[in-house]
Design a binder for this molecule. Structure first.
Ligand SMILES: NC(=O)c1ccc[n+]([C@@H]2O[C@H](COP(=O)([O-])OP(=O)(O)OC[C@H]3O[C@@H](n4cnc5c(N)ncnc54)[C@H](OP(=O)(O)O)[C@@H]3O)[C@@H](O)[C@H]2O)c1
Length: 295
């Protein structure tokens, strides 16, 4: 029996981790203790409660709420978000140490490094260093570019048959965020990967011509890739309401991908989860096309 707390529990990855852990608790895989979703908005998290998760309310900036949130936990799946992610993570790691958490599963980002080319890379580099120094058992999962990012271009795909992106012909080992959740689940309930840092990628490094072709094939209509500059990608995101930090991060990532920074894959996802990583075709068929049809 062990209690597992998931932060970022209403997000893409966190919600899937909570639902899967809750399902395992009620299924034939044995009881792993309470699944605890640390959330800002209990109403938004009501599907998690309905699935059997315990909700604890708080924010990653508020160490008092983190202390209450982490009390009695064996393991924390630590998901942070946005421009202050490193500060959020530091507060959460320090609180976890203070209240006796044994293990942290950290959702980090690809090639995390204090001198990386994007702000999340640098922030996650600082967080990883802090986590390694603090002495807690940990597993670090560095997710490559999420296929789910393509959902931000869903209107131009539907309305114009065009997919705009700023990575030129750079290849990217992009991953379906559902696979990162699957890895976080097994890393939180097994000890096999403790102490490790794992780059998690999709099955292939692909350029956006390939992404557009996969979408077109699943949608049954022409979809063409329109390369734009990294700066134009950031500016377009800003025009559509994205905050300034996220838009500048998009520009940084596009510039890095255009230079081949993301052109790699690893076998780690299959090794950890026992299933092959989902392909861009799987993502287009199971996530993107249904999203277009329900818009
Ligand atoms: N996009 C990529 O390609 C990529 C690649 C690698 C890693 N990552 C990183 O992976 C992580 C998870 O991604 P995701 O898609 O699951 O994120 P997401 O869907 O944006 O969800 C973020 C979660 O964090 C919560 N949150 C945000 N600020 C918070 C705060 N101050 N206190 C408490 N909770 C807070 C949100 O809660 P609310 O619902 O209340 O807003 C939400 O549950 C992120 O850190 C992301 O940067 C992304």
């Amino acid at each position: 029996m062990k209690n597992i707390v998931v932060t970022g529990a209403t997000g893409n990855i966190g919600s899937r981790v909570v639902l899967e852990l809750a399902a395992r608790n009620h299924g034939q895989h044995g009881n792993h203790g309470n699944v605890i979703a640390f959330v800002r908005d209990p109403l938004k998290a009501s599907p998690l409660a309905a699935a059997g998760a315990v909700l604890r309310r708080g924010t990653l900036e508020d160490s008092a709420s983190l202390q209450a949130g982490f009390a009695g936990a064996d393991t924390v799946v630590l998901i942070t978000a946005g421009a202050t992610a490193a500060e959020q993570a530091k507060t959460a790691i320090d609180t976890a140490c203070a209240v006796g958490v044994r293990k942290i599963v950290r959702v980090s980002s690809l090639k995390a490094s204090v001198d990386g080319p994007t702000d999340p890379t640098r922030q996650d580099g600082r967080t990883e260093n802090h986590l390694r120094e603090c002495g807690l058992t940990h597993v670090i999962l560095r997710g490559h570019c999420f296929m789910q990012n393509i959902l931000k271009g869903i209107r131009s795909i539907r309305d114009e048959g065009k997919l705009y992106f700023g990575s030129g012909s750079g290849k990217i080992g992009m991953i379906d965020a559902r696979d990162i959740a699957d890895a976080a689940v097994v890393a939180s309930i097994r000890e096999t990967w403790d102490g490790g840092t794992f780059e998690l990628t999709g099955p292939a490094a692909i350029d956006f011509e390939t992404v557009a072709a996969a979408i077109a094939s699943e949608l049954g209509r022409d979809v063409g890739y329109v390369p734009i500059s990294p700066e134009a990608a950031g500016e377009a995101a800003r025009r559509f309401g994205t905050d300034a930090w996220t838009a500048s991060v998009l520009t940084e990532y596009c510039a890095a991908y255009a230079k081949g920074w993301g052109d790699f894959t690893t076998p780690n996802l299959a090794n950890m989860t026992g299933h092959a990583p989902r392909s861009i075709t799987d993502f287009a068929r199971e996530v993107l096309v249904p999203a277009i049809h329900t818009m």
